[in-house]
Design a protein. Structure first.
Length: 592
């Protein structure tokens, strides 16, 4: 039988109570008394505040303006919500903030600067806009990832219908009084039309929504009377210009959103950014790697959510120069971004040039075998075009400029020592790109082909391996590698994000075919790098400036590249070099 025992305190203990026990008991009594007094004071204060609020209620209404709610939103985004949310709505709100907003901040010409402050904040305090702007956008993005999900389809249609009904009611009202919410709702529905999966041809509907937006603004007395800050660029451009500006945020593409894109060399610096941009734009990506274990960070860290939703996957291609190496990887792909390359600095050109050519033949043949492939972009290099050497002569670089001189240097008879490493590497780049154009000329493929020729590339590393590579010149400066820097004291540099955007444009833009895009960016010298780096790390000693810096006198026409950057990246020109250097250094992976 189980017994339960209860212990009680007896009034006459057999042993004397120690001084320490008495002290503890006394301390406990004091704490209890203090807590009781504190509770009493708190309750009295709360009663006093409650009475004061009741007295002021009849004479002073609480500030419920958009500005005051925005202040509350800035402190706590959920405190300004117009009503409690269901668990499903909380999920959509979180998805919008964590997925949709970063994409729009990067790629949306209209809302880049104001999306968090005005657009999201206004939706937080209006139920109709919350549903037609936030929930609709989030559900559309989810539907893009899971196009056959019946629940998502129904939910998306319901949010859109609610938005249209609310807007129709406002427009058909006899009073014709339009608010900031009405304007924002019309814009939200316009955005929905051009961002819906399979939205090709729906831009006319978006234009109708926008025409209605302009009409509401005029009836309301203009932008200032509405208090619109996120759309102040409307006041400086015409309606037609604005419509073009809006539609250009989502240009018509050669392959529909949701299509599969193959990106080779997925763990590479440029390739990983290309993957990120395609995924952010709603495409699915298959990346090729040599070793799944070493590439696990792609699926376990950066692109985990896409991988979990089956929108991103990796396949192993251990040797890109093997015939048929890409045959399986290319199957079912709508486009191919061939970023992988032979990166060895072996001084023997026979170990660089033949496999570089074989790699091109393997990827091009694989693309030609699969009828689904519509677009191919190849990543070349300035090394295929011209050696970046200092000269007093102004040198123009065009489409047909080739670094043939390095082919002669690399092909000198053996023996080969380390001094031939750069020549062999550059020769491999020349041979690979020339093979692309030779293969296209000879085989007349059904797909479009474009080539990207970047100069120096800097910017945000997505993994520690992107820091510990000879191509990371910012890291070379931190390591004090003056010998390597002296080899190329002057250069041109582009941000890796800009290079990735141009890869995306070369695949998606219907007007770009058979292009050789020179992507050089900013003319610069290592002294320019050092100026920014010293500002970022003032406590650290770096190598001294070059006493008489010279800049490269070579130049090329980058107009097409800059225009594509504007069209597909929503930016006017290259990202600032200082910003690229800062993003290279101020990064969790840059530990030097």
């Amino acid at each position: 039988m189980t017994h339960r025992f209860q212990f009680i305190t007896v009034p006459d203990p057999t042993e004397r109570i120690s001084p320490q026990s008495k002290k503890l008991a006394h301390s406990h009594v004091l704490r209890q008394r203090h807590a009781k007094e504190r509770r009493s004071r708190t309750m009295a204060y709360q009663d006093k505040i409650r009475v004061r609020q009741n007295q002021n209620w009849d004479t002073e209404q609480p500030d419920n303006s958009f500005q005051s709610r925005m202040l509350g939103y800035c402190k706590d985004p959920f405190s300004a919500l117009i009503r409690p949310l269901t668990s499903q709505e909380y999920f959509l709100l979180n998805y919008y903030v964590s997925v949709n907003v970063p994409y729009k901040v990067l790629y949306c010409n209209l809302l880049r600067d104001q999306i968090l402050k005005d657009w999201v904040g206004l939706a937080m305090i209006d139920e109709n806009l919350l549903e037609s702007a936030i929930f609709l956008s989030a559900s559309q993005e989810l539907l893009r990832a899971c196009p056959n999900d019946p629940v998502l389809k129904k939910m998306t249609l319901e949010y859109k219908q609610k938005g249209l009904c609310t807007l129709r009611k406002a427009v058909s009202s006899s009073e014709q009084v339009f608010s900031l919410v009405n304007v924002a709702q019309a814009l939200a529905l316009a955005f929905d039309e051009v961002s819906t999966p399979g939205s090709v041809g729906r831009t006319e509907i978006a234009k109708k929504h926008l025409e209605g937006t302009f009409a509401m603004v005029e009836v309301a007395g203009g932008l200032q009377s509405l208090g619109i800050t996120g759309l102040d660029q409307l006041s400086s451009i015409s309606k037609i210009e604005y419509l073009n500006h809006f539609i250009m945020s989502t240009p018509a593409s050669s392959i529909p959103i949701g299509s599969w894109v193959l990106v080779t060399g997925a763990t590479g610096f440029i390739a990983s950014h290309v993957i990120r941009q395609f995924l952010h734009r709603g495409y699915k990506v298959r990346g090729t790697v040599r070793d799944l274990a070493q590439a696990s960070w792609l699926v376990d860290e950066h692109f985990k959510s896409y991988s979990d939703n089956h929108n991103f996957e990796l396949v192993v291609v251990p040797d890109l120069s093997t015939p048929g190496a890409f045959d399986e990887a290319v199957k079912g792909m709508s486009a191919v971004a061939h970023v992988a390359a032979i990166t060895s600095f072996d001084p023997d050109p026979n170990k660089i040039i033949p496999p570089s050519i074989a790699g091109i033949q393997a990827i091009m043949s694989a693309a030609a075998k699969d009828p689904s492939v519509k677009e191919v972009v190849f990543t070349s290099s300035i090394m295929a075009v011209k050696l970046p050497t200092l000269s007093d002569e102004t040198i123009r670089v065009g489409r047909d400029t080739w670094n043939d001189y390095v082919m002669e240097l690399a092909s000198a008879p053996p023996p080969y020592d380390d001094s031939n490493s750069m020549n062999a590497y550059a020769a491999g780049k020349v041979a690979a790109e020339k093979e692309v154009w030779r293969w296209v000329e000879e085989n007349k493929p059904k797909f479009n082909i474009n080539v990207i020729c970047p100069f120096g590339v800097a910017g945000e590393p997505l993994h520690k391996k992107h820091v510990n590579t000879p191509a990371n010149w910012v890291a070379t400066i931190f390591k004090g590698g003056k010998e390597q820097l002296d080899a190329f004291p002057a250069s041109f540099f582009t941000d890796v994000g800009d290079v990735a955007t141009l890869h995306v444009a070369a695949v998606l833009d219907t007007a770009v075919n058979n292009a050789r895009l020179h992507v050089w960016g900013h003319r610069t010298h290592w002294n320019d790098f050092l100026t920014t780096i010293r500002r970022l790390r003032p406590q650290r000693e770096f190598i001294e400036d070059w006493p008489k810096p010279q800049y490269l006198t070579m130049y090329t026409d980058q107009f097409e590249s800059v225009e594509l950057l504007r069209k597909w990246g929503g930016q006017n020109g290259w990202k600032a070099l200082e910003t690229s250097i800062t993003e290279s250094v101020e990064n969790e992976y840059f530990i030097l």
